[in-house]
Design a protein around this ligand. Structure first.
Ligand SMILES: N#Cc1c(-c2ccc3ccn(Cc4ccccn4)c3c2)n[nH]c1N
Length: 256
């Protein structure tokens, strides 16, 4: 997968050099190109913004630098053999970023992220590129950030961990919370490791039993318990046809 990121804060994307994403790059699973938008300005102040038509607070990012940068980014990617790009626009008014969308994006060969600042990018930019490539506007949550770079880090990590050969245990993302399936939207239950006792606190006996069936049941029950507590809306979304008798007993105990 090729990733391009266009930003006025290239240093914000330094975390793409470390940990899981950094390893994916080192293994050749990800080819990341970060572009400083100001390199496509022509005035001595490297201006990327201007006042909004119609008035109002804040500034709007100008068409010129974005158009010149995206044209060049697309040309470079095609020249390098990439194809079928998707422009991903982080914005508070975008569609929610979900695990389902992460899976969809992980199957694409080329993503171009356009994290903006100020009040966003002049609408004509994405109107222009929508005629040429797929453009999706995505929000990482119901809160307001100062720009889109943090969203790029979040989306990139969620996508990169789904790429073949990136996670150590190929199966581990299949058990993710929110991964497709009957337990699609249950949250993870509690986890424990050595030492067996810490400040007078032990480990649930079942986890020391070596009985894999009982351990799996306990983990499922704890997932139901945590989901009912923190995200009851997700219980409603589960495919109940995949629940067994003990699931229904647990849900009844939890008040479902
Ligand atoms: N993804 C995502 C986001 C953002 C986000 C993303 C990009 C930009 C570019 C500018 N701003 C500031 C801003 C504030 C208010 C109205 C418009 N724009 C961004 C905010 N906020 N919250 C999310 N979940």
């Amino acid at each position: 997968m090729r990733l391009d990121v266009v930003t006025i804060f290239p240093e914000y994307l330094e975390p793409l050099n470390v940990s899981l994403v950094g390893k994916a790059r080192a293994r050749g699973r990800l080819d990341v190109h970060v572009h400083d938008l100001r390199e496509w300005t022509h005035d001595r102040h490297n201006t990327v913004d201007d006042t909004p038509y119609g008035g109002g607070p804040g500034m709007v990012m100008k068409t010129g630098p974005w158009g010149d940068c995206l044209d060049e980014t697309l040309a470079d990617g095609y020249e390098a053999g990439a194809h079928s790009p998707v422009i991903v626009v982080p914005t508070p008014s975008g569609r929610p970023f979900t695990q389902e969308l992460a899976v969809e994006l992980s199957e694409r060969p080329w993503l171009i992220f356009t994290p903006a600042r100020y009040e966003g990018i002049d609408r004509r930019v994405m109107d222009e590129y929508t005629t040429r490539v797929r453009v999706i506007e995505v929000s990482i949550g119901d809160y307001v950030l100062a720009g889109g770079e943090a969203a790029v880090l979040v989306i990139t990590e969620a996508v990169a961990r789904l790429l073949p050969g990136v996670l150590g245990n190929a199966e581990s993302h299949r058990d993710d919370s929110f991964a497709p399936g009957a337990m699609a939207s249950l949250l993870e239950g509690p986890v424990y490791t050595k030492p067996p006792e810490w400040r007078g606190r032990g480990i649930p006996e079942v986890l020391l039993s070596g009985h894999h069936g009982k351990i799996a049941r306990w983990r499922r029950d704890e997932a139901f318990r945590r989901t009912a507590l923190n995200r009851p809306d997700l219980i409603e979304r589960c495919d109940a046809s995949g629940f067994d008798k003990k699931d229904r007993e647990m849900l009844s105990i939890l008040g479902w």
